[in-house]
Design a protein. Structure first.
Length: 89
């Protein structure tokens, strides 16, 4: 009984933490896209940032991966935790 409740609580906590992590990155990208529409300065700043990161080699690649691929993986992980939480009820 105690073990099942702990599984539910930890699963829900994992769902919330990973969900908020992914949502924060998605919000940043949505705001950047909106900024692209209204300001050319934002567009050139982000293009310059990505260009300099790609020139940095491995560290730049890892940072670009952290900003793009990882939120998608974490969003999928949050969905998995939510499905697991619903199945524990």
């Amino acid at each position: 009984m105690y073990s099942e409740q702990m599984k539910r609580i930890v699963t829900l906590l994992g769902c919330l933490v990973t969900g908020f992590y992914a949502a924060s990155f998605f919000l940043v990208w949505i705001l950047a896209i909106i900024g692209f529409i209204f300001s050319e300065d934002i567009r050139t700043n982000i293009q310059d940032m990505l260009r300099s990161l790609s020139a940095e080699g491995l560290v730049g690649f890892l940072l670009i991966t952290q900003l793009t691929i990882v939120p998608l993986i974490v969003g999928w992980l949050s969905y998995f935790f939510f499905k697991k939480y619903k199945s524990l009820k």
